[in-house]
Design a protein around this ligand. Structure first.
Ligand code: SF4
Length: 345
């Protein structure tokens, strides 16, 4: 099991529930838009928000953002350790850095500042930023080179008496991301943040992240996740929650709906979409089935806490494995939502 650390009041690692992160995608200098995104992320059940701080102006804006939200905030810094110190002093709950692109002098001041403020640091190495000498030493094997690189950083931090560390090794190549995370999980006991970097827009990004993150979660690896997508950050949270729910790692409604075929007797697509939207954020461990017809529908519906199957303009409702009632299609969805509410209570 990994060590447990805290980001604000949120436990990470050590058997704590796997947390979901996302990142704002507007300039933090646009404070209003940043706060709006943070608010949207908070409302979508995101646990941690990361914000990029590329320069001094951004660090100043970050301090205003910090004062206006209680969300756990991670400041994402590259190259300039002074920005990391400024972010910590402004109230960042965690810093994300790649130690390889900072001078040792600046790195030391970041470590000292994080230590005196009691906040963790996420150490990141990825395929693109791995130390070239180590890559050469390991004959171009990126997995070995990344692990060796990370080991150097961890040793450096531990020698300074700092152990509030989260590890992150990313790649845009899914199999490489899986191999390197398996490797570091076997070598270190610090919490691990998972994600497929630069995964692309919706369909491709969803598939790559689901395969990469899902494979590792099934191995028992990973303490926080981010589904990086070229999309609205709220979509990242939505996808991350679905990955966790599908592996029984997060409370929520288990929603099943059939793919529909020629036997379907009602507008299944409309009903399924509407009902899914209704239940997708509920933190209730119930199973809801939306099926197209009375042929295979009842089988799945009987297994659900509440189910609906269409039949020639009518819809059959199931509750705890038994046929419950039949209603007209025109009122079925609204009626079914009321049944879900009753079950969820
Ligand atoms: S439940 Fe009925 S409509 Fe849906 S796929 Fe199965 S047979 Fe087709």
């Amino acid at each position: 099991m990994t060590k447990k650390i805290r980001i604000k009041n949120l436990p990470i690692g050590g058997g704590a529930p796997i947390s979901v992160q996302s990142m704002t995608n507007v300039s933090v200098c646009d404070v209003d838009s940043t706060l709006r995104q943070i608010n949207d992320l908070q409302n979508s059940d995101c646990d941690i928000v990361r914000i990029a701080l590329p320069d001094n102006k951004a660090a100043e804006a970050f301090s205003i953002v910090r004062k206006n939200t209680d969300m756990p905030l991670v400041a994402d810094i590259h190259f300039d350790g002074r920005l990391a110190v400024a972010a910590i002093e402004a109230g960042a709950d965690k810093i994300r850095i790649n130690p390889g692109n900072m001078s040792f002098k600046q790195l030391d001041s970041v470590i000292d500042c994080a230590k005196s403020n009691g906040i963790p640091i996420r150490l990141g190495v990825n395929g693109g930023s791995v130390n070239r000498d180590l890559l050469k030493k390991h004959n171009g094997d990126k997995v070995l080179a990344i692990e060796a690189n990370l080991r150097q950083y961890i040793t450096y931090f531990e020698d300074k008496g700092f152990d509030k560390i989260v590890l992150s090794v990313k790649s845009s190549d899914v199999s490489e991301m899986v191999r390197v995370n398996r490797s570091i999980a076997a070598s270190f006991d610090y919490p691990i943040h998972l994600g497929v970097t630069e995964a692309g827009p919706a369909y491709q990004g969803l598939v790559k992240n689901s395969v990469g993150i899902g494979t590792l979660l099934l191995d028992g690896i990973g303490d926080t996740i981010r589904v990086s997508l070229t999309a609205n950050p709220v979509e990242e949270v939505r996808a991350a929650k679905e990955i966790l729910k599908s592996l029984n790692l997060r409370d929520g409604v288990k929603f099943v709906s059939c793919p529909k075929c020629g036997r379907c007797g009602y507008d299944l697509e409309k009903a399924a979409t509407e009902i899914y939207e209704y239940v997708k954020d509920m933190r209730k461990n119930i199973k809801v089935a939306v099926m197209g017809c009375e042929v295979n529908g009842p089988g799945e519906c009987l297994d659900a806490d509440v189910g609906i199957a269409g039949a020639n303009g009518r819809c059959v409702f199931f509750k705890y494995g038994k046929i419950y009632k039949t209603v007209d299609e025109s009122v079925a969805v609204e009626e079914f939502k009321r049944e879900i509410d009753l079950i969820a209570k």
